[in-house]
Ligand binder design. Structure first.
Ligand code: FMN
Length: 143
């Protein structure tokens, strides 16, 4: 089964998580703004930050216009946030509204925001957790 990691990241936190997952799966992480060939992808990891309680406009556009009609079998959400996971919840609702195959498991973690908030996140520990999460997902769904 082929997997792919796609993220949006305005200040770099979600990108770090995406890259850690990619390293553990020996693949690459792509920005949502890249031109990505979604053919032959079975498992898609999709991640973003939380910006005012929602994911980015770029991610909203990607979900709404790029995923329907592909043969993706499982979509796994991940994200970073200052305090709340509501952007991930909105991503999930958006995917579900389009009947896209988002799985229950997700990975969310704190990301550095505004000066001293979550100053040391993501860190070595959370990056390792993200890598382990990605590996567990592949074991679960790549059958
Ligand atoms: C413009 C902006 C708005 C944000 N709004 C929220 C918010 O409403 N709730 C929250 O928990 N975090 C909020 N944050 C914090 C980010 O979600 C957090 O720093 C996240 O790790 C950013 O991901 P990124 O570095 O990949 O862009 C905001 C950050 C920015 C820059």
């Amino acid at each position: 089964m082929n997997s792919c990691i796609i993220y949006n990241s305005k200040t770099g936190n979600t990108k770090k998580i995406a890259n850690s997952m990619a390293k553990s799966l020996q693949t690459e992480a792509y920005s949502v703004k890249d031109t990505i060939d979604l053919n032959n992808i079975d498992i898609l990891f999709l991640g973003d930050g939380n910006y005012g309680g929602n994911c980015s406009a770029a991610m909203q556009d990607f979900i709404d216009h790029k995923l329907s009609g592909t043969s993706i079998k499982h979509i796994i959400l991940f994200g970073t946030y200052g305090g709340l996971t509501n952007a991930m919840q909105k991503m999930r609702k958006r995917l579900e509204a389009l009947h896209l195959p988002v799985v229950p498991e997700e990975f969310g973690t704190k990301g550095r925001a505004w000066l001293f908030i979550n100053m040391f996140y993501p860190n070595k520990h959370t990056l390792t957790e993200a890598a382990l999460f990605a590996k567990t997902i592949i074991k679960t769904y790549a059958q």
